[in-house]
Design a protein around this ligand. Structure first.
Ligand SMILES: [Zn+2]
Length: 276
């Protein structure tokens, strides 16, 4: 037997980041598998990590009931926008390729504990969940389906705000989506907004805050302008928990904070008031 044996290369993932996830809040290392089994929530500090749109749909709707609508809508580039990092068109193409999504929101119909709903679920991976004209269009069209079929409408927000590469068209989506949602009231159809981390800028200033019930996930960052901008404007230091779901609940901006593992049952309970 030779003194030195060349060990066979181990094919299993060995790099730390491949088997561990480091909780962004408490910095604990958690097995990736445990993290995913716990719905991307840190088992140590209850930090609610991000979910992709389809992961969110998977844990919220009854299995096999989701039917996607308008999945071919993708961003437009009305300004032929280019900045220091390149063109918006290329960025969109790259993001579509990387995420497999066409826009920053996935919409469709499905059931929650056998109660029909229309859902729109934002995905932060797609250009920071920004509100572009395609996003606004999908949220509006989904609200039309809710109106036509008299289904409650639930929007899960996760967004950095309006998509500035589309200029004023992105800002116009704020009014457009709210107008579609406001129409639901004619038929007394409930609209539930679920604010997840982060919900900021033009999204928090439009459809995310106008729910008949506004629900947030624990610790979610929710606000309009960033902390630094406000502190510099008012020349005052803001409290540490400023712009968290907990702070907003205390000040009456949202109705309740619900842990991810209780979200489906809570939504189901809210829907049951409408369906009985
Ligand atoms: Zn943690």
């Amino acid at each position: 037997m030779p003194w030195f044996i060349k060990l066979k290369e181990d094919k299993r993932p060995t790099r730390r980041e491949e088997i561990w996830i480091r909780c962004p809040k408490c910095k604990a290392h958690v097995f990736k598998e445990d993290w995913h089994n716990n719905l991307n929530v840190c088992p140590r500090c209850n930090h609610h990590g991000k979910l992709t749109a389809y992961e969110r749909i998977g844990i919220t709707l009854d299995s096999g009931t989701f039917k996607e609508i308008n999945d071919t809508i993708y961003p437009c580039d009305p300004l032929s926008f280019v900045d220091g990092k390149g063109s918006y068109r290329d960025k969109v193409a790259e993001t579509r390729e990387k995420t497999g999504l066409n826009e920053s929101v996935v919409t469709g119909t499905g059931r929650i504990n056998d109660q029909p709903v229309v859902v729109a679920v934002m995905d932060f991976r797609f250009l920071g969940g920004s509100l572009g004209s395609g996003t606004g269009e999908k949220i509006l069209l989904a609200s039309n389906v809710a109106y036509d079929r008299r289904f409650p409408y639930i929007v899960f927000s996760a967004s950095g705000g309006a998509r500035m590469q589309e200029g004023i068209l992105s800002l116009m989506q704020m009014a457009k989506t709210c107008a579609g949602i406001a129409r639901l009231e004619e038929r007394r159809i409930p609209y539930i907004s679920v604010l997840t981390d982060p919900t900021t800028g033009g999204v928090s200033a439009s459809y995310a805050m106008i729910g008949d019930v506004n629900v947030a996930e624990p610790g979610a960052l929710i606000g309009f302008a960033g902390r630094r901008v406000i502190e510099n404007t008012i020349k005052q230091r803001l409290p540490d928990n400023f712009q968290t779901a907990e702070y907003l609940l205390e000040h009456g901006f949202i109705d309740c904070i619900v842990s991810r593992r209780d979200m489906k049952d809570t939504l189901s309970k809210i829907l049951s008031f409408y369906n009985r």
